[in-house]
Design a protein around this ligand. Structure first.
Ligand SMILES: [Zn+2]
Length: 99
């Protein structure tokens, strides 16, 4: 059965339930749905490895955290991406087996 509570319109207000968990958006990609959260630069205090380009996401750089929406992973499955790398994910698909 199709799920009727999907929000495909990015302009819609967030679900309260999702907002409470700190989830910014649910995005449907060719490989499934992803929960995506934007991290402002001032909230980024660690160095991460971007799975898109294998380069570092330096502290203070606004970026995106994404993880599978379908329960395949848990919090440890979150990946920190450069915002641009995430947006171009379909074109620059990671070769790593994480995905
Ligand atoms: Zn990157």
């Amino acid at each position: 059965m199709p799920r009727r509570n999907r929000r495909d319109d990015a302009g819609q207000p967030l679900d309260q339930d999702l907002a409470r968990r700190g989830v910014q958006a649910v995005q449907a990609w060719s490989d499934g749905e992803w929960l995506v959260r934007a991290i402002p630069g001032k909230a980024s205090v660690k160095t991460y490895r971007c799975p898109g380009c294998q380069q570092e996401v330096a502290p203070g750089v606004a970026h995106v955290v994404a993880w599978p929406a379908d329960g395949r992973g848990d919090a440890t499955d979150r990946r920190h991406w450069h915002s641009g790398c995430w947006r171009s994910r379909d074109r620059r698909r990671p070769t790593s087996r994480y995905w």
